[in-house]
Ligand binder design. Structure first.
Ligand code: ADE
Ligand code: ZN
Length: 329
């Protein structure tokens, strides 16, 4: 089997995916029309042209603007269903999905509308083609910790649907230590924790996520290579880093894919895998990320296999399910 076929046909897990980041321009325009919402682009081409980012902050501005077209439960269902179909296409058999309730509740959309739309679409995908999933609720780190406590309390009514909590949005100047109390409370409620750290921010933020937020995984984490002691700790404990190569290029964390540190991370025996982050904005879903990264870094078939195996090892699936999938790669 060619390496390309191996990538396309192997089962895989996606662990770093913002559901709001799967809003394709075509769907954005359709929902804007359906809900009579103004969007700052004349047409689909103009929107695509605006997806030319200089850093994380410049992307987030457009991403939050786009999310305004999501109003009704049906909108969240349609958005999530479209991603579920991409999973089927890419042979993603397990997806751990982020959603940002504050992006919606701050506009007057109820928490229930958001979570129910997402959950019902994933349940349908599970029933129709066996996609397994976990939902992770992210706190927006540019907002106060106080705001986070409010959504955490709302999440309690949906504890059966939400597996864990995470931390996303503007990393610079919003260190994990700002959310220590909030994460302690989330853990007390029984949520597992993850956090974006070391995307643009310094290695110190990764240390804080581990030591203060007790995270099971670091989202991105590519800045860890600047700190040898941290690399040692991450490698020894096999703490997963959910790397997103095309995202890192679009947000200028690296100049080009050939400069990406993923291969160095594999060489250092770090627990890394590939994810798509916000595929509608960054130029491709999971298979596209794998295909382009393999080519740019000249990854061997064994290295690609390690990435796919790591996607299951790093997931929140049961040990039994992990083994079943890994045996099929
Ligand atoms: N929200 C959506 N995508 C994100 C990213 N790559 N980093 C931080 N917050 C995000
Ligand atoms: Zn992300």
């Amino acid at each position: 089997m060619s390496l390309l076929d191996f990538i396309k046909k192997s089962p895989k897990a996606e662990l770093h995916l913002h559901i709001e980041g799967t809003l394709e321009p075509e769907q954005m325009f359709a929902l804007a029309k359906r809900n009579n919402i103004h969007i700052p682009f004349k047409n689909i081409n103009e929107a695509k042209k605006a997806y030319n980012f200089s850093n994380l902050e410049s992307f987030l501005k457009i991403y939050y603007e786009g999310a305004k077209v999501l109003v009704k439960e049906q909108d969240f269902f349609d958005l999530t269903w479209a991603y579920a179909l991409k999973c089927k296409e890419d042979n993603i058999v397990h997806a751990e999905i982020f959603f940002d309730p504050q992006t919606h509740t701050d506009r007057g959309i109820s928490f229930d509308v958001v979570i129910n739309g997402i959950y019902k679409a994933l349940q349908k995908a599970q029933k129709e083609f066996g996609l397994s999933f976990k939902i992770i609720m992210c706190f927006l780190r540019h907002l106060d910790e106080k705001e986070g406590f409010k959504v955490l309390d709302e999440a309690l009514a949906h504890k059966d649907k939400i597996y864990g909590v995470g931390l996303d949005s503007s990393e610079t100047d919003n260190p994990p230590n700002k959310y220590e109390k909030l994460f302690k409370k989330a853990i007390k409620y029984g949520f597992i924790t993850v956090a974006h750290a070391g995307e643009e921010g310094p290695p110190e933020y990764i240390w804080e996520a581990l030591n203060l937020l007790n995270v099971k995984r670091i989202d991105h984490g590519v800045q860890c290579l600047k700190d040898e002691k941290l690399v040692e700790k991450l490698s020894e404990n096999q703490i997963p880093l959910t790397v997103c190569p095309l995202s890192n290029i679009k947000l200028r964390v690296f100049n080009k894919l050939e400069d990406h540190s993923l291969k160095k991370m594999l060489d250092k025996k770090l627990m890394v895998m590939v994810n798509s982050d916000d595929p509608a904005y960054f130029g491709g879903y999971l298979n596209q990320n794998l295909i382009e990264t393999q080519a740019a870094l000249n990854l061997s078939k064994n290295e690609v296999k390690t990435l796919l195996i790591n996607s299951f090892k790093s997931s929140f699936l049961s040990e039994e399910k992990k083994k079943e999938w890994i045996n099929q790669i």
